[in-house]
Every structure is written in structure tokens, then in C-alpha cells.
Design a protein around this ligand. Structure first.
Ligand code: NAP
Length: 412
């Protein structure tokens, strides 16, 4: 369904500085299959029996080995080295009728990889299980039904567990066609979309508001900064080094604060005596307490994450929560959580708009391959352990991405 020209014009006039409305009419999510089948009438047996179609696989000369490497969680722990085993002789999986086999070229590192390896996402799941939230690569084989929309050699991205592998089977319904296999697109799949949807749905951004972004130079923080600037807000960003400070300046952050060299609470109190209107908060613990204290009257704090506690047994650092109701009441302020999994109806629209902005160079999609890390660039599945360490040392600028070089010669 599309908005009428009249209603689109109205929306544009309301939101001249609302980046999520620019050229992006919201789209209805697909109807659920149960509804679609009802609309299609009574269930009937198809005239052509497709039950054998899973045997038709299109490889088109792709050179696919019989075995591959992948990371598997074999023990629940937040310590990836304890939790995860690199398996070297796993059979390359075969796609079913509606599936793609994707050769991963780049995979994204997320702070929550260690929550996943600790079983915090689904406590009922027992090891062994696959890990890695997101990947981008080429289709190297696909089932018959999947070939209606995809073809061998096509660049695709996806968001599903099991990306930390040389090859991943992806249901074609979940695969995201992308213009090319660029690591920049990987920065958008989780990190970019999280900033986009959370600020659009919960931020109530408008011209002149003050936005504080914590971990601002990181994977998702970089987008929260830039999208808030597009909404004509004044943006403050916390970071832990001079290099990150410089990066934040380069993407338009009005007031980066290196909390290793400046006293964050004092800077906020001195420079923003009325407080900040919106906080994009992903650190937790003391940073959360400080951010609550810095809220303006009617301020809003969006909880994106609690990274400072992920390595602990409980998963969070306790703060001074007993004071929270009184602090919020005094300022008519609010605190709200945001978890991307609950906003998938917005996903396609957000990603499409982000890719467009990235293509038009309206958005910096900073990738950190770990070139500045002690052992150099993150290449191969083995380097994922180092990449996680690098993130938890607070060293990354932008989104951490690991490159997986091809292990076989291929025509692709
Ligand atoms: N809610 C959702 O759906 C959703 C989706 C994606 C991500 N997230 C959350 O967003 C946050 C950022 O995730 P990301 O993957 O984009 O990571 P990231 O921001 O690329 O990297 C983490 C950064 O956090 C900062 N940090 C502050 N205190 C830290 C500590 N004690 N230990 C480690 N890092 C610390 C560091 O930056 P400085 O040193 O500069 O402070 C570090 O570079 C996480 O909390 C994550 O869970 C949430």
C-alpha cells in the first residue's frame, strides 16, 4: 500500500527534518501466510507435484568444497574462547528447495555475540549451536523455488544465527539482495537499523533538541550520531580516545567527549545546564546513572544495551536503580528499552533507506577491520576471537567486520 500524494505531502511538511520520512513511505508488512492462504481459498493439492523439487540445485559452476570451517558454541559462556570451538571438517550444508547457500565474504561482530554464546537469547537452547548474527556474500547454490528470485553469483546479506561459517544456508525469504558485496552494507544490517528504528520510534527527534549518544564512535553509535544530526539536533557523543574524538568530529558530532581525559558529568553540567532531551544509551552501569542524571525536563532515555555488564555473570552492572522512579518523576522524564527483534515490521523500510543514504554518500558507514589491532587485520574465522577482544577493550572505531577469504578457487 502506498500513501496518497496528498498524505505524503502532508507528512513531508510535518517532517522536513525527519530523515525517516524523506522519500520513504512506510510499507505494510507482508500478510502472514495463514491470511494469504485464507485469501487464496480452500487448500487444494497442487496440480504439479513439487515434492521432488528439493533435488534440483543450481550450482552454475560454483566451486564448492565438501567441507568447511565454522564456529560452534559447545559450552555456554560469555568468554568466547571457552564457549566456542572452531570446527574444521564440517560438511558444507545443502540448500533445500527454498534456500540459498551463501559463501560468506564478510561477517559482522556484535557486542551481543557473547550474550548469545552464554545462552542469554534463548535459555532453552543447549549447545552445540551456531553463532554469528549477520553476513554478506554471494549465492553459490540454490533450490528450485529460491531460483525464482535469486541466482548464482548474486550478492546477498542476511541476519540469522550461523554467520560465523564459511558457508551459510539462508532461506530465500530472509535473504536481502544488496547492490554488491561491500562491507559497508554489513554496518547497516544490525547496527544501522537499530539506530534508525529506535530513534524514529522512540526518540521524537526534532530540530534543536539535544541528543546524547554513548559509545558514539562504535558500530551503532556512529549511526545514532549521524541520524540525529540529520534531524537537526545538537549531538553530544561519548568516547574513550582522541582518535575516536576525531572520528566523531568528522561525522558531525557537535560535542564529542573523551571521558578518559574529560570529566563527563562536569562537562554535561557546565555546558548543558538544562539537561539533554534524548539519550541513546548502550553502556549501562555508571554511564546509565550519569545519563539519567543529565536528562532535561521531559527528557527520554532509550536503553539500547548494557555492554559494560555483558562479561559479568549476571549480564549487567547494577546501578542506583532505587532512585530511578524519583528522578524520572521530578523531571517528567522517561526510560524505555529497545530491542530490534521486536521491531521487524519496520526493518525492510529502514534498511532500504539506509542503503540508499549509504549509496548516495549521505551516511558514513565506518568499518573497522582491526588493521590497528596488535595482530593486524581480522581475516578468517580464527580472528573472530581477537575481534571480540578488541571490541571489549573499547578500541574499535565504527563497526567491526571480519573478512573471510575464499578457501577454494571459484569462477565467481
Ligand atoms: N537493542 C538492540 O536491538 C541492539 C542492537 C545492536 C546493538 N545493541 C547494543 O549496542 C551497544 C553497542 O554494540 P555494538 O555491537 O555496536 O558495539 P560497539 O559500539 O561497536 O563497541 C562497543 C563500544 O562500547 C564502548 N564501551 C563502553 N564501556 C564499555 C565496556 N565496559 N566494555 C566494552 N565496551 C565498552 C566502547 O567505546 P568507548 O570506549 O568509546 O566508550 C566500545 O568501543 C551494545 O550495548 C549492544 O548490545 C543493541
Amino acid at each position: 500500500m502506498h500513501f496518497s500524494a496528498q498524505s505524503s505531502a502532508l507528512l513531508r511538511s510535518w517532517g522536513a527534518q525527519r530523515w525517516w520520512l524523506q522519500g520513504q513511505p512506510p510499507q505494510l508488512a507482508h500478510l502472514p501466510s495463514s491470511v494469504r492462504s485464507r485469501l487464496g481459498g480452500a487448500q487444494s493439492r497442487p496440480i504439479v507435484d513439487m515434492s521432488y523439487s528439493r533435488h534440483f540445485l543450481d550450482f552454475q559452476g560454483s566451486s564448492i568444497p565438501a567441507f568447511m570451517k565454522k564456529l560452534v558454541v559447545t559450552k555456554l559462556s560469555t568468554n568466547l574462547r571457552e564457549a566456542v570451538t572452531l570446527q574444521r571438517d564440517v560438511p558444507v550444508p545443502l540448500p533445500e528447495d527454498g534456500d540459498l547457500l551463501v559463501r560468506n565474504r564478510f561477517v559482522g561482530i556484535n557486542a551481543s555475540d557473547i550474550n548469545y554464546s552464554a545462552g542469554r537469547y534463548d535459555p532453552s537452547v543447549k549447545p552445540p549451536f551456531d553463532i554469528g548474527f549477520e553476513g554478506i556474500g554471494e549465492v553459490v547454490a540454490l533450490g528450485l523455488s529460491a531460483s525464482a528470485r535469486f541466482t548464482v553469483g548474486q550478492p546477498v546479506a542476511y541476519l540469522r544465527p550461523g554467520a560465523f561459517a564459511e558457508y551459510t544456508v539462508v532461506p530465500s525469504k530472509e535473504a536481502i539482495p544488496v547492490p554488491s558485496v561491500k562491507p559497508e552494507y554489513l554496518t547497516l544490517l544490525v547496527s544501522g537499523v537499530t539506530a534508525y528504528i529506535s530513534l524514529k520510534e522512540l526518540g521524537e527527534l526534532s530540530e534543536g533538541k539535544t541528543v546524547l549518544v554513548t559509545a558514539a564512535a562504535g558500530g551503532t553509535g556512529q549511526f545514532a550520531v549521524q541520524l540525529s544530526k540529520k534531524a537537526k539536533c545538537h549531538v553530544i557523543g561519548t568516547c574513550s580516545s582522541d582518535e575516536k574524538y576525531g572520528f566523531l568530529k568528522s561525522i558531525g558530532c557537535d560535542r564529542p567527549i573523551n571521558y578518559k581525559t574529560e570529566k563527563l558529568a562536569a562537562v554535561l553540567m557546565k555546558n548543558y545546564p538544562k539537561g539533554v532531551d534524548v539519550v541513546y544509551e548502550s553502556v549501562g552501569g555508571k554511564m546509565f546513572d550519569l545519563a539519567v542524571n543529565s536528562l532535561a525536563t521531559k527528557g527520554r532515555l532509550i536503553i539500547i544495551g548494557l555492554i559494560s555488564g555483558y562479561q559479568s555473570h549476571s549480564g549487567f552492572q547494577s546501578g542506583h536503580l532505587e532512585m530511578l522512579p524519583a528522578k524520572l518523576l521530578k523531571k517528567s522524564a522517561s526510560v524505555q528499552g529497545f530491542f530490534l527483534n521486536h521491531y521487524f515490521s519496520e526493518y525492510q523500510m529502514a534498511l532500504k533507506h539506509l542503503i540508499q543514504m549509504c549509496e548516495n554518500r549521505e551516511l558514513v558507514c565506518e568499518v573497522d577491520f582491526g588493521d590497528m589491532s596488535p595482530e593486524g587485520k581480522f581475516t578468517g574465522l580464527e580472528s573472530i576471537f581477537r575481534a571480540i577482544d578488541y571490541m571489549y577493550m573499547g578500541k574499535n572505531i565504527g563497526k567491526i567486520v571480519v573478512e573471510l577469504p575464499h578457501s577454494v578457487n571459484s569462477k565467481l
